[in-house]
Design a protein around this ligand. Structure first.
Ligand SMILES: Cc1cc2nc3c(=O)[nH]c(=O)nc-3n(C[C@H](O)[C@H](O)[C@H](O)COP(=O)(O)OP(=O)(O)OC[C@H]3O[C@@H](n4cnc5c(N)ncnc54)[C@H](O)[C@@H]3O)c2cc1C
Ligand code: FES
Length: 261
């Protein structure tokens, strides 16, 4: 796979801390799966040297577009905000293993914290479009950061919002909320991204309820193609713990297998 330049169709600030970039992917030869990511050269100059990994937030196959919802965090994402419509961006991807969307579940529950919603939204869209019942709990610092909520509602997802601002986002409160949802809605599988504490909670609930699930991990990356081992995580099957590279073996893994430290 080679990195390629794609035209930026728009790049706009959508809340205090988040930006949305829409890219013309009509000449992209690979199909993009929810949960996959692109390794992005955020600036034409020397720094930042390393690419930045971003999941694909929306996959609009009909119009040949993909979208990235990104939190402006440091140098790389700040540089991304400077890109204007009509300019090009250097994308390497799609990379990694995405969600198993066709696993045959009728009803799924997503738990996203912060920017984890960017990763889970493409899954929500694909699942809702194929007639599955999708319930999503979105957790964030503030209401202002819950930007995907309206979009997800618009595509038929049942959305629950929890924030520090509203004082309802503690792990115990989210656990109670999940049990409430499970008592009212049959759920076949759990998906999570964006928080270690909430991922541990999802592992606990998956075990209690005997539900399968998947988790998308965010690790610091170097090459994005399996060579540098900057992105290693631990995967446990039975008593055996093995290293896995998030960029090629993931970023999506079976929920119960990831060792969350
Ligand atoms: C598979 C994957 C998918 C991601 N998807 C999204 C997304 O859809 N939207 C989004 O806003 N963010 C996403 N992230 C996190 C995003 O990569 C970082 O926020 C971004 O790299 C920060 O770069 P920076 O230069 O602005 O920040 P800096 O803090 O200056 O970055 C310094 C270094 O740390 C790395 N880094 C910093 N924070 C993270 C992080 N949370 N995860 C991984 N590396 C990090 C950077 O890549 C860079 O190499 C994803 C991360 C991974 C691994
Ligand atoms: S980022 Fe280099 S091996 Fe994963």
């Amino acid at each position: 796979m080679q990195a390629q330049e794609y035209k930026v169709l728009s790049n706009t600030q959508v809340s205090d801390r988040y930006w949305l970039m829409v890219v013309d992917a009509s000449n992209m030869t690979q199909t993009v799966q929810p949960g996959q990511f692109f390794h992005i050269k955020t600036y034409d100059g020397i720094y930042p040297l390393l690419r930045r990994p971003l999941s694909v937030y929306k996959i609009d196959a009909e119009h040949g577009q993909i979208e990235f919802l990104y939190l402006v965090k440091g140098l790389g994402t700040n540089k991304m905000t400077e890109l204007q419509a009509g300019e090009t961006i250097d994308l390497f991807g799609p990379l990694g293993k995405g969600f198993d969307v066709n696993a045959g579940y009728d009803s799924i529950l997503l738990l996203a914290r912060g920017v984890g919603v960017a990763t889970l939204s493409a899954l929500a869209y694909e699942a809702a479009a194929s007639g599955k019942q999708v319930t999503a709990i979105l957790s964030a610092r503030s209401r202002n950061d819950l930007l995907a909520a309206d979009y997800l509602r618009g595509i038929g997802v049942d959305v629950y919002k929890v924030t520090e601002e509203d004082g309802n986002s503690d792990v115990d409160q989210v656990e109670e909320l999940i049990h409430d949802i499970l008592s009212q809605t049959p759920v076949d599988a759990l998906y999570t991204c964006g928080s270690k504490r909430l991922s541990r909670l999802m592992q606990k609930i998956a075990k209690q309820e005997n539900l399968p699930g998947e988790i998308a991990l965010e690790e610091h990356m170097g090459c994005g193609m399996g060579v540098c081992y900057a992105c290693v995580c631990e995967i446990q099957t039975g008593d055996e713990v093995k290293n896995a590279r998030v960029c090629v073996d993931g970023p999506v893994f079976p929920l119960e297998q990831v060792v969350i430290k």
